[in-house]
Design a binder for this molecule. Structure first.
Ligand SMILES: N[C@@H](CCC(=O)N[C@@H](CS)C(=O)NCC(=O)O)C(=O)O
Length: 222
């Protein structure tokens, strides 16, 4: 048993971001599945979200804080650029992904296309229709960078790529998402490049579990 415990769920995008960071860094950890809605979990994460980290006596929540903590605490390849400008660009992307991309891509498209049918309700097509122009704009913005650069902040994968990949992975399962990504060859190539990384391979979500009505599935896409 490792002294690093990640509370989360393998279907959750934010949990996957943290797991990719652990894997890239080569840090052994135990993924402990939780019901994020259970009252006792609030003692670990007061806002009832996943993931959260326990390392010895430290309890830490918020994915970015966890990824940066892991990077600073453990040996292994750096997950952030050392130079000021690429590091600022990495932070710009992380903030954009969390504040703009996640809402459009996960809440308006992925949730409606995959989670709604499993909940036995029709997808909210108005919400999908609202999200698609936003997503088209977002894949266009990504394409401007990824047509010229292997990763979001330069030549190496950083925490920014680790935030984006789990989101685009799900988007790419929807017909609309596939179409938008196909229109962006730099983004497609980046998805392939990221998909080949061992850390990404090691964290592929068990998508078949999304068929089950479980806390895991409810937490999967926010
Ligand atoms: N700001 C949080 C967001 C985490 C988050 O929204 N996680 C989703 C799963 S990917 C979640 O817990 N959803 C359950 C809910 O909102 O009830 C972080 O960076 O860790």
């Amino acid at each position: 048993m490792s002294d690093v415990i990640l509370y989360g769920n393998p279907l959750s995008t934010y949990t996957r971001t943290a797991r990719i960071a652990f894997e890239e860094k080569g840090v052994p950890y135990d993924l402990e599945p939780v019901d994020h809605q259970a009252p006792e979990y609030r003692k670990i994460h007061p806002f009832g979200k996943i993931p959260a980290l326990r390392h010895g006596s430290l309890l830490l929540y918020e994915t970015l804080a966890i990824a940066k903590y892991v990077d600073a605490t453990f040996d292994g390849p750096p997950l952030q650029p050392s130079a000021t400008v690429p590091r600022a660009i990495m932070n710009q992307w992380i903030s954009s992904i969390v504040h703009y991309y996640y809402g459009s891509m996960i809440r308006k498209l992925v949730f409606e296309r995959f989670v709604a049918p499993m909940q036995g309700r029709a997808p909210n097509e108005a919400l999908v229709a609202e999200g698609l122009p936003e997503i088209r704009h977002q894949t266009g913005v990504l394409e401007e960078t990824l047509s010229k650069s292997p990763y979001l902040a330069g030549g190496d994968a950083t925490i920014a790529d680790m935030f984006l990949y789990p989101v685009l992975f799900y988007v790419n399962f929807s017909p609309e998402g596939q179409e938008l990504i196909a229109e962006a060859p730099g983004v497609s190539a980046w998805l392939d490049r990221m998909g080949e990384r061992d850390a990404v391979q090691a964290t592929i979500p068990p998508i078949d579990k999304m068929q089950e009505e479980t806390p895991a599935r409810r937490a999967a896409t926010g």
